[in-house]
Design a protein around this ligand. Structure first.
Ligand code: ZN
Length: 431
């Protein structure tokens, strides 16, 4: 993405604010009325950025020399160490759970809450939702950012919100029928469950959905087609993460070619997850986000660990916001072979191009005669000579798509172990 001069200036001001708060933020938050003061903020960001003179950040290279922020850093700031505003300015917190126990708490000011709703309203607008729509919201409410984000954006747009929250399928379907919901907001798995129930109960004729906004999960093309067909809706992918407002910071459009990201609120980079170097537009890597307007907890170069790329050029839909590609997976699953970064999602994608190859595969990486060797097992119904031809074709496409020489091995259908997780299909035996 282009790093404009005014974006750089916003980033400089933001860093100044972070550093200033670090100096002033040593006092415990107390309102002086006998309340129990919160512990002093840790000044986490000020420490991280100490020694940096914001006025020295003049070029893209200067910006790219700034340290990354990772989720572990945010965890260390528990509970409120991320705040760079006085407690009085914080109107809400959200929290994202971690696998390791300590939650991450993100403080929001009034303006942060408003900005998030403005971005979410844009998402609805890009999806063609209007004030005449009735928006049926099934993601959860509470510490989790999902439900309330969907709601605030729809209300700002002027649509009617039906704040269902998750679960209770009977009631979901009753309200969907009786209130004639036109827009469904859901995770992909819940949208599929609802589609199946509608089918099972023979309610297809009672449902008035036109669009579905699907958030926060990576999902396959097959599932997408099923949901679209069974619900009879157009689908839109909502992107977001709690650390950066929540869902609604980007969305796919009718051109179905990536997700538009709101570059007046966010600056996006793609980096090589192993080296940390920024890669050119169009190259796959990890999405790194810098917030440009966030007050409560601004983030500088936050590593999302989401695998995608920046799509160059204008979108066919006419929308001017820049795009990232659909999220292909987590960068934590990446392996480096012969100097080439490989992601499990890429193997899926290129195998789909080869006719006669099933979707099951297994990749083995080891050292052979001092060099990396990448063996790719895939299943096929073909036999003997046809298998050899298929292997040649897989090798050719792998080289064309990944720039990598692979050793393809065709096996019969059912020979490879089944796994839900893509990451368990790649075995790195080199270390
Ligand atoms: Zn578009």
């Amino acid at each position: 993405m282009i790093l404009k001069e005014d974006t750089l200036s916003i980033i400089r001001e933001q860093i100044k604010r972070i550093l200033a708060h670090g100096e002033n933020g040593a006092q415990p938050h107390s309102f002086g009325n006998g309340d129990a003061p919160l512990p002093a903020p840790s000044g986490f960001y000020a420490r991280k950025l100490s020694g940096i003179n914001p006025d020295d950040i003049r070029t893209r290279a200067d910006f790219e020399a700034l340290p990354f922020t990772d989720k572990d850093n945010l965890r260390d700031a528990y509970p409120l160490g991320l705040a760079v505003v006085p407690e009085l300015d914080i109107v809400r917190i959200h929290s994202s759970s971690g696998t390791t126990g300590t939650p991450v708490i993100i403080p929001y000011t009034r303006r942060d809450v408003e900005d998030w709703a403005v971005m979410f309203r844009r998402c609805y607008e890009i999806a063609g939702v209007t004030p005449t729509d009735r928006v049926h919201i099934t993601p959860g409410y509470g510490l989790w950012t999902a439900g309330i984000g969907f709601q605030a954006g729809a209300e700002l747009l002027g649509a009617m919100v039906i704040p269902m929250g998750p679960g209770n399928t009977d009631k979901q379907l009753q309200f969907m029928r009786d209130l004639r919901s036109t827009v469904l907001c859901a995770t992909s798995s819940y949208a599929l469950l609802l589609a199946e129930e509608i089918e099972k109960r023979g309610m297809r004729g009672d449902i008035h959905l036109k669009k579905a906004l699907i958030g926060s999960e990576r999902w396959g093309e097959k599932m997408r087609r099923r949901i679209a067909a069974e619900l009879g809706v157009s689908l839109y992918d909502i992107y977001g993460l709690t650390e950066v407002y929540g869902p609604g910071i980007g969305i796919s459009c009718d051109a179905e070619n990536g997700m538009h990201m709101f570059d007046d609120y966010l600056y996006c980079e793609i980096i090589d997850p192993k080296t940390g170097e920024t890669v050119p537009d169009g190259t796959l890597g990890e999405l790194v986000i810098t917030t440009l307007r966030k007050e409560g907890a601004p983030l500088i170069r936050y590593r999302t660990h989401d695998l995608t790329r920046i799509l160059a050029g204008d979108c066919a839909c006419g929308c001017k916001y820049p795009r990232i590609d659909t999220i292909l997976g987590r960068t934590d699953d990446m392996v480096k072979v012969k100097g080439v970064n490989i992601f499990p999602g890429q193997i899926d994608t290129f195998l789909k191009e080869v006719e006669g190859v099933s979707s099951e595969y297994q990749a083995m990486i080891d050292h052979f005669e001092g060099r990396d060797r990448f063996t790719l097992f895939f299943e096929t119904e073909r036999l003997d000579d046809e298998r050899r031809l298929l292997e040649k074709e897989v090798a050719r496409v792998a080289h064309a798509r990944l720039g990598l020489t692979v050793m393809p091995k065709a096996v019969s259908i059912g020979e490879l172990p089944r796994s839900e997780k893509k990451s368990t299909r790649v075995f790195d035996n080199r270390y």
